[in-house]
Design a binder for this molecule. Sequence first.
Ligand SMILES: NC(=O)c1ccc[n+]([C@@H]2O[C@H](COP(=O)([O-])OP(=O)(O)OC[C@H]3O[C@@H](n4cnc5c(N)ncnc54)[C@H](O)[C@@H]3O)[C@@H](O)[C@H]2O)c1
Ligand SMILES: O=c1ccn([C@@H]2O[C@H](COP(=O)(O)OP(=O)(O)O[C@H]3O[C@H](CO)[C@@H](O)[C@H](O)[C@H]3O)[C@@H](O)[C@H]2O)c(=O)[nH]1
Length: 441
Amino acid sequence: MKITVVGTGYVGLVSGACLAEMGNTVLCLDLDPRKIEILKNGGIPIHEPGLDKVVERNVAAGRLSFTTSVEEAVAFGQIQFIAVGTPPDEDGSADLQYVLSAARNIGRLMDGYKVIVDKSTVPVGTADKVKAAIADELAKRGVEIPYSVVSNPEFLKEGAAVDDFMRPDRIVVGAEDPKAIELMRALYAPFQRNHDKLVIMDVRSAELTKYAANAMLATRISFMNELALLAEKVGADIEQVRVGIGSDVRIGYHFLYAGCGYGGSCFPKDVQALIRTGDEYEQHLKILNAVEAANNAQKQVLTTKVLKRFGNDLSGKHIAIWGLAFKPNTDDMREATSRVVINDLITNGATVCAYDPVAMDEAKRIFQDQSGLTYAENPLDALKNADALVIVTEWKAFRSPDFDEIRQRLSAPVIFDGRNLYDPKMMQSIGFEYYPIGRTV
Ligand SMILES: NC(=O)c1ccc[n+]([C@@H]2O[C@H](COP(=O)([O-])OP(=O)(O)OC[C@H]3O[C@@H](n4cnc5c(N)ncnc54)[C@H](O)[C@@H]3O)[C@@H](O)[C@H]2O)c1
Ligand SMILES: O=c1ccn([C@@H]2O[C@H](COP(=O)(O)OP(=O)(O)O[C@H]3O[C@H](CO)[C@@H](O)[C@H](O)[C@H]3O)[C@@H](O)[C@H]2O)c(=O)[nH]1
């Protein structure tokens, strides 16, 4: 099939490349000329494991190409995926300007039947707005061209995006038009040869399903983070509690890790957007308000522990940070806990030296020339003369470090671990002052 993907971010580029991998011919459009330039020159504008190979292979096979031309993109695919950003507006609701602008472009230029597939995460009712925007553009042109709008939310995780797209748990399609449903069924057939993963539903339910999934996952994390705080007070170990409850099949082991708060481009913004939808319909979502508040507080837990250990004035203290990305295997720092921790430590007088395997360029772009913040070339260099190490992201490379090397560089063996990477008893036995989240020593 001939497919256009609008937006070459984490979702658009991965979707486009994976659809091409299955034999489709895909044209990816982005209005950011820098991204398209990088892609046309054989590069990848984001860090996403395995994506470079899929892109390279499909570009070479002539199945994947890139453009900044809206005209070329609209003319190309009978299926037009919209995968542009839906960032939070000032009040936390999803900003639909990019989605609606993409829809208007399609309406302005289309000349035959199109299926417009919304892959961006959008509030309930957005498909109707997309439909209306296209209808409006067609009316302006004085033409009548048939089209369908489908909701097809994406569930991939950054850092595992290619695998998630190629082997999805489920493929949610919200559609009413039988012709559009058949096209989507055919498009996704190669991704579900093992068993049927297509869940077809009405458009509004599909739109809400995406928020429901993220909100449920965020709730689990905030729940465990709050219990971790309690575990510290009552002398229990959240890791043992996690194993104890995860074994119940109704609960399961996934997404029960306490830590220093969830970040990323999805959970924080989607929880907020769903809360706003609730407010809009006067159905206030009390649980989600608590989930958000608990997460905002959790991002300060590491700094609170540092202040408790060193006193309220951190002047003269130098802190090493391991991990800047919001999670491992990505360079994405949107809503990353590291941003809060670094700001809080510096505001309290400390200087910080940070290391991350792939997110340092992004950190430099975000923090610009922030005084008090420097970067190290490798994890051990970050520790030089530091009064403590603070771990924010659970990169694999941090899991089994050489603790003698760490001890030699730190001015005192003090570690604050926001991701519970080490066994507290082992840390104590090798002479470290170790401050994990919700664990007893
Ligand atoms: N990042 C994820 O892991 C993830 C997973 C599932 C769903 N989502 C959702 O998918 C959507 C996209 O997320 P993302 O992380 O890929 O965003 P992103 O910010 O990485 O990429 C969006 C891209 O769209 C481009 N763009 C904006 N308006 C455009 C237009 N009119 N025409 C062409 N290009 C345009 C931007 O230049 C940018 O490159 C969001 O709604 C997000 O919530 C994201
Ligand atoms: O047990 C856990 C699991 C995750 N996290 C944190 O939660 C955040 C999000 O992690 P993850 O869900 O792995 O990454 P995302 O790429 O943000 O993916 C989420 O958001 C995407 C965008 O909507 C969805 O498509 C995915 O299904 C959903 O998992 C990160 O800060 C993690 O550190 C925890 O604190 N504890």
